[in-house]
Design a protein around this ligand. Structure first.
Ligand code: TXA
Ligand code: MG
Length: 326
């Protein structure tokens, strides 16, 4: 049965069927869905173009690593490597408003863009029954930040999402009002000691009762990782030069459109398509870093990218990659 309420092309549909939402996600479309915390703006995390669409719809000027949502712990742990603490917390708090940051498995199919190029991935199993059904039917990791335009308040009802993102996404899955109304707790378990990156409904005390003392990102000696911050993002080991239309012979080239032949080159988008370039960005930086080093090249030169639409986020990321290393 088609439970679509509006059906005009170019408009965002309010839908009631998790099956329909799952089909749209599998087709690479953007679907907002309710969780117990806030509404998320979901896309197939394995599809870098779909993930680039999240940034486009949000108008987010930088690429933060996104949380991947799964129907069950088993599905999440097929993509990341859990340690004993993660197993324990998952058994206690999943499904629920807790996100765990863990090392990606070598064969993890999540796109580099969804993880912002990091060797770790944030995973969570939401408790909301409609989200659970949708995730099970999609059978995919679903990357989802909060379903609001950048700089606006996180939505806790379908109507909030529609007010903010109408016309920018395929559909909103009606899931009622969010019970928690606050984003999930984010705990990094990828290092030697657990680090609380974002406080949330699952409190420090609740976590410490299970696994003992936690560090916060600001604690001396803790890893210098803060959510959304420069230090938490992938930076190539080679220095990066920006706005280079003609690379020197000893430079690897991150191209955007027609490029000189001959040298080591990664093409972000032959046709200068910014969505495609965003989808390829982290793959490109990783690939050039690895191959340039093997060939004895010392610098990555990046082509000029226009600062419009997703170009803003691409240039933000590139300027961070080019910033002097601390
Ligand atoms: O409740 C929630 O978590 C909602 C719903 C939709 O699930 N989602 C959400 O996503 O708040 P977002 O993208 O707004 O927040 C993700 C947080 C950010 O603070 C980000 O920096 C952190 O998780 N994060 C994601 N991946 C990470 C990683 N690999 N390492 C460290 N932090 C990470
Ligand atoms: Mg948010």
């Amino acid at each position: 049965m088609d439970q679509t309420r509006t059906d005009k092309p170019g408009t965002t549909k309010l839908i009631a069927s998790p099956k329909c939402a799952a089909q749209l996600l599998r087709a690479g479309k953007l679907v907002a869905f309710g969780t117990e915390t806030v509404y998320g703006l979901g896309a197939d995390a394995t599809n870098a173009q779909a993930v680039a669409g999240i940034y486009q719809a949000k108008g987010r000027p930088s690429f933060n690593p996104l949380i991947c949502h799964y129907a069950c712990a088993e599905a999440a742990f097929a993509h990341v490597r859990p340690n004993a603490l993660a197993e324990k917390l998952a058994a206690k708090f999943w499904p629920g408003p807790l996100t765990l940051v863990l090392p990606r498995r070598a064969d993890c199919p999540v796109s580099q863009l969804a993880g912002a190029g990091l060797p770790t991935l944030a995973v969570r199993v939401p408790a909301h029954p409609i989200a659970h059904e949708m995730l099970g039917l999609a059978g995919l990791p679903i990357a989802a930040p909060s379903a609001n335009r950048s700089g606006r308040v996180s939505p806790t009802r379908a109507a909030h999402v529609l007010a903010d993102l109408q016309g920018r996404i395929a559909a909103v899955l009606e899931s009622g009002a969010c019970a928690v109304g606050l984003e999930s707790t984010v705990l990094d378990l990828s290092g030697e000691a657990p680090v609380l990156l974002r406080p949330g409904f699952v409190t420090r005390e609740m976590l410490e009762a299970e696994i003992g003392p936690l560090s916060t990102a600001a604690t001396p000696g803790a890893k210098p990782v803060a959510p959304g911050m420069l230090a938490s993002h992938y930076a190539p080991s080679l220095p990066v030069r920006l706005n280079i239309a003609a690379p020197a012979p000893d430079e690897a080239y991150l191209a955007f459109g027609p490029a000189p032949a001959g040298g080591l080159m990664f093409q972000l988008s032959e046709t200068r398509n910014l969505t495609q370039a965003a989808a390829n960005l982290f793959e490109g930086l990783h690939w050039l870093d690895e191959h340039a080093t093997k060939r004895g090249l010392a610098v990555i030169a990046a082509a000029p990218i226009p600062s419009t639409g997703l170009g803003l986020a691409i240039n933000d990321r590139l300027s961070r990659a080019a910033a002097p290393r601390g």
